[in-house]
Design a protein around this ligand. Structure first.
Ligand code: UDX
Length: 483
């Protein structure tokens, strides 16, 4: 990795390329801020972060610079053809990623001409094609950020090396809804026994399961052989087997340097929607640990049946709740009527927003539980704040995350799914589970376990904490390869 010298100052210039979706933008920005924070006493590091935006027309290839108040972090508006808040078909999305290759070359060229050469790419695992290709062609190191769990990467690593774990078997397991609870494989080293329903799948949103499996396997092979290092947003104490095995077995150095939440307050937002701060004022007026926070992240969609079952369950549980009703969350029901229906039936126990400042919500003392789709960011944000989770996973890594939340970390409950291909839950079951989580004996045990994990997560960045040591090692690795 090369440094650059201007007037005697040596510095690394990192160009950060996210995968353009909320659940990926946030962890990359957090990692960049973490690097800046921990690098500040060692030398100079500059970070340029790409902000994708939908171009006005196909001829719009312009870049514009937006300097953050921290002079070491600058953001560049970068046109991206398919950028929107709703995911199109994943194949279309992956194809449009390839279109950024020439823009990236152009941008790096621009920096070269302006005396600030890019010395390292830090890019999302999902952008391996084309960012690894760009890095290789230009002789720049690339660090890949894997934004999901270490266990998910371990599964990709295993699947990409074992032909017995074929895509046909995976598709068969995922498609047979009546065999959801059967064992798929109990011999993946470092992982608990995998049931059919734990497998990452995309059927529920775009039917792109095969595309994603193949894409992930190809991307991992490229990272494992060509990337400078891989960074994980997890910490050793949370996933000891997966972190250990990945460090030992991969050809590329793997640094589990998460969680990055603690050190990352501030105003460098990557939120694609405006956060409704009014809910914090409402939370201020509620008793301690009394509110159930309900959110399904940025892309999950609920059917009308799921929404109605959930609404009944939440109302009948008689608990206070804060519900994120993202526009587009529910099929066939518009935001206004869904929101009105929730509020009219809540008897002043509920508050609805279309997007919340989630970290502030989860750290609020009034919040006692999180009904979540179990996206990895939501999972670790809940862990960092000691909030137990009621799991309703939908796609991608969410089923596996739910398995860990319930069976490994014992900080959550999962519904028994019935109709709609295993995605519907009966309303009485939702009601019972909410009560158990919020006011039952079981709930207080889960809350205690969640608090114990919170303690561990906050220790990982204390002196000699596991993540701090890994981060030091990563930074040393960056520095020694600079010469
Ligand atoms: C997607 C996948 O669903 C997830 O499984 C994968 O791990 C990452 O990509 P997403 O569905 O958006 O992510 O879920 P999640 O990973 O939980 O990320 C959502 C992010 O949006 C979190 O950082 C959360 O704090 C934020 N958020 C969500 C808000 O800031 N406000 C909200 O109202 C809801």
């Amino acid at each position: 990795m090369a440094t650059h010298t201007t007037e005697g100052e040596r510095y690394l210039h990192v160009l950060a390329v996210p995968f353009p979706a909320q659940g990926h933008l946030t962890p990359l920005m957090r990692f960049c801020k973490l690097l800046l924070k921990h690098y500040q006493n060692r030398g100079s590091l500059r970070v340029t972060f790409l902000d994708f935006y939908p171009p006005n027309d196909s001829a719009d290839h312009s870049f514009s610079f937006k300097f953050h108040h921290d002079r070491l972090l600058q953001r560049v508006r970068f046109p991206f053809p398919n950028f929107s808040q709703q995911l199109p078909s994943l194949q279309t999305f992956f194809d449009s990623l390839l279109c950024i290759e020439s823009g990236l070359h152009q941008l790096i060229q621009f920096f070269n001409c302006h005396g600030l050469p890019v010395t390292c790419l830090v890019t999302d695992f999902m952008t391996t094609f084309p960012t690894q290709d760009v890095a290789d062609k230009l002789g720049i190191s690339r660090i890949a950020l894997f934004t999901s769990s270490a266990s998910r990467l371990l599964l990709i690593n295993y699947a990409s090396q074992n032909d017995t774990f074929s895509i046909e078997q995976v598709m068969d397991a995922i498609n047979s809804t009546e065999r959801r609870d059967e064992v798929f494989c109990d011999s993946v080293p470092g992982l608990p026994r995998l049931l059919n329903k734990d497998l990452p799948q995309f059927k529920h949103i775009t039917d792109d399961t095969r595309t994603v499996w193949e894409f992930a396997n190809r991307s991992w092979k490229a990272c494992n052989s060509r990337a400078h290092a891989v960074v994980l947003n997890t910490f050793e104490e949370l996933e000891p087997s997966a972190c250990g095995l990945l460090s030992d077995d991969c050809d590329v150095p793997v640094y589990d340097v998460g969680l990055w939440i603690e050190s990352l307050s501030g105003d460098t937002s990557t939120s694609m929607r405006e956060e409704d701060e009014r809910c914090i004022g409402w939370l201020d007026q509620q008793p301690t640990s009394s509110v159930l926070y309900i959110s399904f992240g940025s892309t999950t969609m609920l059917s009308k049946g799921q929404f109605e079952a959930l609404l009944h369950g939440v109302i009948d549980s008689q608990q206070r709740f804060l519900w994120v009703l993202r526009p587009g969350l529910i099929d066939d029901i518009d935001y206004c009527s869904a929101s009105k229906e929730i509020i009219s039936r809540s008897e002043n126990r509920g508050f609805v927003v279309d997007w919340a400042p989630q970290l502030r919500v989860l750290s609020h003392s009034s919040v006692g539980g999180f009904l979540s789709h179990c996206g990895w960011n939501s999972t670790i944000e809940s862990i960092a704040n000691g909030v137990p989770i009621l799991c309703w996973p939908y796609f991608a890594d969410q089923h596996m995350n739910a398995r860990f939340i319930v069976d490994e970390w014992r900080m959550g409950l999962q519904f028994k799914h019935t109709g709609e291909g295993g995605y519907l839950v009966e309303s009485y079951e939702i009601e019972t589970a909410i009560r158990s989580l919020m006011e039952g004996e079981e709930g207080s045990i889960l809350r205690k376990n969640a608090h114990a994990l919170k303690q561990k997560s906050s220790q990982c960045f204390e002196s000699s904490g596991s993540s701090l040591l890994k981060l030091d090692a990563l930074i040393k690795d960056m520095e020694t390869s600079i010469q």
